[in-house]
Design a binder for this molecule. Structure first.
Ligand code: MRU
Length: 353
């Protein structure tokens, strides 16, 4: 994998770029201090980049995986000609295993595979598959604009909000889910200011969300992850707005670790919780939150801060990177199809039906 610069500054919409058949990923591990792109030459590179958090956020992972399937098909066609469908299967498995929680990963691979099955064995599949990957990318951006405006319509009076992790343009095809709502609310004059949890251990809040909002001129103030209860007690915050990695059929929501505690303290303070996500994040095959696979990452991520080891030698760490917020703590799930208030199994089925 090669690290390279573009001939222009990076923007939050650059999470995954497909340029003349090359997949370039903005290396989010280096933001906001360096704007470098990683060139993924094959599906294994792409999977590694997802695992290593070069690109992260459920919809962005899905978009990236779709382009990864194009790379898999290209190599399979070069190697096996008419046998490309079978030849690319191992690469699809490698891609699918890159991270477990974001359902958009499997969703995008399934959509690409379904198209692949309809293609002629004897014809180079790359043009059709790259058109499909671009469609997935563009549809995600369009969905985020729709759900952003819908979510903003729920905010009744000018207020401040808290967001957690980064559910922005960087985490999607573009515009963002939670940050899509925040961008639309800001444009509608409904937003006083955004509080962004710093989001240990990867600091997606302080590095990525703050980078996006500062660029847009939206006032952002960082909170230590444990500061939300005190901030809500101080008043002036009417909504928690977050994204999701997977929403179960009963409305339970998996999102970045700490979302569950945020929802609990929101309930205690009469503050509402909005989950903004495209329907590609809803997994109707997953009955409840208990069925969502939760990724646990290397304890080292928690024992260190950046490259510096901070924990006492001998200490261990438990590092699940997502948690599940039960549907009963969620006031609204907002997708490109509409708004589900107080989600439950029947309302989710009707929404997806
Ligand atoms: O570990 P990450 O950075 O991939 O976690 C991302 C999140 O938890 C986001 O909130 C979620 O994927 C929604 S992104 C629109």
């Amino acid at each position: 994998m090669k690290l390279l610069n573009l001939d222009r500054p990076a923007t939050p919409d650059d999470a995954a770029l497909w340029q003349e058949g090359r997949l370039l990923l903005l290396d989010q591990r280096l933001l906001p201090h360096q704007e470098k792109f990683l060139h993924c030459e094959n599906a294994a590179d792409t999977a590694q980049a997802i695992t290593d958090m070069v690109v992260r956020g459920a919809p962005a992972i899905g978009v990236t995986a779709a382009y990864g399937v194009v790379l898999a098909a290209r190599k399979a066609w070069e190697r096996a000609g008419a046998g490309w469908k079978t030849a690319m299967q191992p690469d699809l498995e490698i891609l699918a295993a890159a991270r477990p929680t974001a359902v958009n990963l499997g969703w995008a691979i399934a959509r690409m595979s379904a198209l692949a099955q309809t293609l002629d064995d004897e014809v180079n599949p790359e043009p059709a598959l790259s058109a499909e990957a671009s469609a997935i990318h563009q549809e995600d951006i369009a969905a985020n604009h729709v759900l952003g405006d819908l979510g903003a319509s729920l905010i009744e009076k000018k207020t401040s909000v808290i967001t957690h992790c980064n559910a922005g343009a960087l985490a999607t095809g573009g515009y963002g889910t939670a940050l899509g709502v925040i961008r639309s609310a800001w444009a509608a004059g409904k937003l006083e200011q955004v509080y962004a949890d710093e989001t240990r251990p990867w600091l997606q809040g302080s590095r990525l969300t703050a980078w996006e909002l500062v660029r847009d001129g939206i006032p952002v103030s960082l909170l230590a992850d444990g500061a939300a209860a005190a901030r809500l007690a101080a008043g002036g915050v009417d909504w928690i707005i977050v994204g999701s990695d997977r929403i179960a059929a009963n409305g339970d929501v998996a999102n970045k670790i700490g979302t569950y505690s945020l929802a609990l303290v929101a309930k205690a303070h009469g503050v509402k919780v909005m989950v903004a996500a495209p329907t590609s994040t809803i997994d109707m095959n997953c009955p409840t939150g208990a069925d969502i696979p939760i990724e646990t990452r290397d304890p080292e991520e928690l024992l260190s801060c950046g490259d510096k080891r901070v924990a006492s030698p001998g200490a261990e760490a438990w590092n699940p990177v997502f948690d599940v917020t039960p549907a009963k703590l969620v006031d609204a799930i907002v997708t490109e199809k509409g708004i589900v208030l107080s989600p439950d199994v029947e309302k989710m089925a009707a929404h997806m039906g």
